[in-house]
Write a protein that binds this ligand. Structure first.
Ligand code: SF4
Length: 339
């Protein structure tokens, strides 16, 4: 189950100067991560870009496509999420897509240049009969030559193994925020539940996709605590989505924050840079809220080490306007899509 040392990492305050910001046992303290956040912006971005070039192709960005296979009606209460049944956001409770619809979306994603296909379901966790359908989807996506990723909520014993046997490459399960702030956002499950699912995914032999959301009213120290948690997972996730809160009317966070962004956009770039430095080999992914940040901030994020994006994050059809805008931005920045 949960490694208590991982949970305890956020409480550590002991990085000495001789460690150059990195505590001795290869673990990041919150203070060490906070020191990175506090660097002058050019120093931080330079350091992140240096780490980035040591481990990744400098100008390549991986494209992933996310498709919601089961939208709305979720019993959980994540304060940012329009899919929670208890919030009145206008998102309807829809049935699970059938395998044919998912295959069509995956084929369109592949034809548009995506190399990874992510399937998301608004569940607390998959029921057995639903899992059987998802396993069919995973097999079909793999047969198209795509990497397969799923985000289905908490996993019970045996479910991670079944997904792995079907060919799933990545399982996404975000820590969302710092342990200290988590209770302000979600009440229907706790931090240890998240860590337990991540451990099941690791034990089944799948890659982990795990990140968080910033701009929810958390402090910088809490952003540092989130990054420390991620970096101290052993091993740290292969894929780290950094989301910027998109405030949706009807959610508790929209009511709390009033629709105004709670975060300086440069702080978002700093978060990306710190994730890159602390998790050098991970794909750091710009996820929710990317387009709202604008092209200039996205470009800074790529310089700070982001090297994966969600691309055409709806069911893809020809002429997807968002995908076209991404292609144009890549051309202007000289970035290439990574196979
Ligand atoms: S578990 Fe997922 S779908 Fe459900 S409310 Fe939370 S974020 Fe939304």
């Amino acid at each position: 189950m949960t490694d208590p040392s991982v949970v305890a990492a956020h409480r550590s305050r002991s990085a000495g100067p001789e460690t150059h910001g990195r505590p001795p046992a290869g673990r990041w303290t919150v203070d060490a991560v906070a020191e990175l956040f506090a660097l002058p912006f050019p120093d931080l971005v330079y350091r992140a870009q240096t780490v980035h070039r040591a481990h990744h192709a400098a100008n390549a960005v991986q494209l992933s496509t996310l498709v919601s296979i089961k939208t709305g009606g979720c019993p959980e209460d994540c304060g940012y999420c329009p899919q929670a049944a208890r919030f009145h956001t206008g998102v309807e409770n829809q049935a699970l897509l059938d395998v044919g619809e998912v295959v069509a979306a995956a084929r369109a994603a592949r034809d548009a240049g995506a190399t990874r296909f992510c399937m998301g379901a608004a569940w607390r966790g998959p029921k057995e009969r639903d899992l059987a359908s998802v396993l069919d989807m995973v097999r079909a996506v793999k047969a198209l030559g795509l990497e397969a990723c799923a985000t289905l909520g908490m996993l019970k014993d045996g479910q991670a193994e079944a997904l792995r046997e079907a060919g799933l490459d990545y399982y996404n399960h975000n820590l969302d925020t710092a342990p200290e702030f988590y209770g302000e956002i979600i009440h229907t499950r706790d931090y240890d539940d998240r860590l337990a699912t991540l451990e099941r995914v690791r034990e089944a032999g799948m890659h982990v996709c795990c990140g968080g959301i910033v701009g929810m009213g958390e402090s910088r120290a809490q952003r540092a605590a989130l990054v420390a948690q991620l970096a101290n997972l052993d091993p740290y996730p292969e894929s780290v989505p950094i989301n910027h809160l998109v405030q949706v009317e009807g959610t508790p966070l929209h009511a709390k924050l009033g629709g105004e962004s709670a975060l300086d956009p440069f702080e978002f770039v700093r978060t990306v840079a710190v994730a890159r430095i602390t998790m050098p080999k991970a794909k750091v992914r710009l996820s929710a809220g990317r387009r709202e940040l604008g092209e200039a901030i996205q470009a800074l994020c790529f310089v700070a080490g982001a090297n994966s994006i969600f691309y055409g994050d709806r069911l893809l059809t020809t002429g997807n306007a968002d995908a076209d805008a991404d292609r144009e931005l890549f051309a202007r920045l000289g970035l290439s899509a990574q196979a």
